[in-house]
Design a protein around this ligand. Structure first.
Ligand SMILES: Cc1cc2nc3c(=O)[nH]c(=O)nc-3n(C[C@H](O)[C@H](O)[C@H](O)COP(=O)(O)OP(=O)(O)OC[C@H]3O[C@@H](n4cnc5c(N)ncnc54)[C@H](O)[C@@H]3O)c2cc1C
Length: 470
């Protein structure tokens, strides 16, 4: 690739939209968690859908692969280019306009580069609520959320990102614009192409905008930190709460003692909500658009005779500050793991009812087979989604612990398969799990995915090597 081709790109986009000096591209070539690093021909920063069309046209002509990048917070290396130095990173950060908010339609249309926290804020300014909520919401972008079909802490009530989207605008690898933006709630006119792009991790198209569903703003919230007798008790309590508080139940997060202890040890600002340690905890949140006494509702539900048998201790947040403190404890677990040393992470799901048995089996296996590590298996229990992580013991050598990764991964993923679960519940495949997908997905599914990829992207220029082997 000669300098002339890059000069062409500069003429198309303007000099300040094509970065090629090492100092300028550095942060785009490594993911936020510093697990993946690549090289790139350049990083381009388009300002509009038309500029994305121009970039895709240039890439087709020069047979250059495109790596779309949002907030770069993904866990699977999907937004990191390979090491060839021949790929182009297309970062959407400048396409960050809120195009429209329609309070009447309970919808909003935003550009892909809008940071999730800004989307939530724009909805709130219109008296509406956008429920997608992740620990990375200050950095991740709505385009990245669509591309990964992100989950988060409100999936139990509102579903994954796919359930929150009415329409998608995207630039396809042939340079055409697919304009599916629409606030229509019902539209059964053929295949749902927007839905196909959601979760495609940049391998089918560059998502440039989306029309999102909004909900009434929540006016009442109640949050509790609860110690339960076991994971089985947690799932029984979930069923009980769902029948008692109905769809007010937003979040039902599970934390074992190991997670709470690690977070409190690593961050002075965090406090164990209880004086005594317990094996299993839940962070439960309910909310309502109406003005209701939800503290009373949650307290009544948690103190009912049948709930009392499952609960060892519980504390209701009496202020917004205390509520935030509960959530910080939950959200700081991944960072606490990082600070404490090496960790191996598996984002898996099983059917909710199978969660206690799965947890028991993983725990038994780790205790017996990973003497230099301990289990920190926590997460969105209401959806059966656990971040099944194993942390290095402080006194164990890191190299030996990390060397066990292939065997640990195989056993954890095999167990997930035996339980009929998923080896990637909410983080996607990226470059991290391509072989795992090949191993565990059905041949029919894989073949259909390959055919779809080839039909939409026959030149293979969209994020090659991610999700599917190129
Ligand atoms: C602290 C922390 C907490 C997290 N919590 C959660 C959680 O609870 N639930 C969850 O699901 N995830 C979570 N994540 C993971 C991550 O934030 C999500 O996967 C998020 O959706 C990624 O968005 P992004 O904008 O950072 O995308 P990136 O990391 O930039 O990209 C992710 C993938 O999407 C593609 N992509 C990005 N933008 C576009 C676009 N416009 N068009 C086409 N393809 C695109 C990329 O090529 C890549 O394959 C967390 C991450 C961190 C660091």
């Amino acid at each position: 690739m000669g300098n002339g081709a890059l000069a062409e790109l500069r003429t198309l986009l303007g000099n300040d939209s094509v970065l090629s000096a090492d100092a300028d591209t550095e942060t785009y070539l490594i993911d936020q968690l510093r697990n993946y690093r690549g090289r790139a021909l350049a990083v381009v920063l388009p300002r509009s859908t038309e500029q994305v069309v121009a970039i895709v046209g240039w890439c087709r002509e020069h047979r250059v692969a495109i790596v779309p990048q949002g907030g770069n917070t993904g866990y699977c290396g999907g937004a990191t280019p390979d090491e060839s130095g021949r790929e182009l990173v297309l970062a959407l950060q400048r396409m960050n306009r809120v195009r429209a908010v329609s309070a009447a339609d309970f919808s909003m249309t935003v550009e892909a580069g809008c940071v999730l926290a800004r989307v939530q804020q724009a909805a709130a300014e219109a008296g509406r609520f956008f429920p997608l909520s992740l620990g990375s919401q200050g950095s991740c972008q709505i385009g990245g959320n669509l591309a990964t079909n992100a989950g988060g802490v409100n999936v139990l009530r509102y579903g994954m990102t796919r359930d929150l989207v009415l329409g998608v605008e995207a630039v396809l690898p042939d340079g055409s614009i697919y304009n599916g933006l629409s606030a229509l709630r019902k539209d059964n006119t053929g295949y749902n192409l927007g839905s196909l792009l959601i979760g495609s991790e940049g391998t089918l198209a560059v998502i440039t905008a989306a029309t999102l569903k909004l909900w009434p703003q929540m006016r009442s919230t109640a949050t509790a930190f609860v110690a339960v007798t076991s994971a089985q008790a947690a799932i029984e309590l979930l069923g009980m709460l769902r029948t008692q508080v109905g769809d007010r139940l937003n979040s039902f997060e599970y934390l074992p003692r190991s997670a709470v202890q690690l977070a409190c040890e690593q961050f002075d600002s965090l406090q164990d909500p209880f004086e005594s340690p317990y094996d299993s905890y839940l962070l439960i949140e309910i909310s309502s658009a109406g003005l209701e006494d939800l503290d009373d509702l949650l307290q009544t539900a948690l103190t009912s005779d049948s709930a009392s048998e499952l609960i060892l201790d519980a504390v209701l947040a009496t202020s917004e500050r205390q509520r935030q403190a509960f959530w910080h404890l939950r959200e700081k677990v991944p960072e606490a793991q990082r600070r404490a040393g090496g960790s191996l992470k598996y984002d898996v799901s099983v059917q909710v009812s199978q969660l206690p048995a799965f947890l028991a089996q993983v725990s038994e296996w780790v205790t017996a087979n990973v003497p230099d590590g301990f289990l920190v298996c926590y997460g969105h229990a209401g959806d059966g989604n656990l971040h099944c992580n194993i942390s290095q013991r402080p006194d164990a050598p890191l190299a030996g612990f990390l060397a066990r990764e292939p065997a640990i991964k195989r056993r954890v993923h095999d167990m997930v398969k035996e339980f009929g679960g998923s080896i990637s519940a909410e983080h996607g495949i990226g470059q991290q799990k391509v072989e795992e997908l090949e191993r565990y997905a059905s041949p029919v599914k894989l073949e259909l995915m390959r055919r779809l990829k080839h039909t939409i992207d026959p030149l293979g220029i969209m994020n090659p090597g991610k999700v599917l082997r190129s």
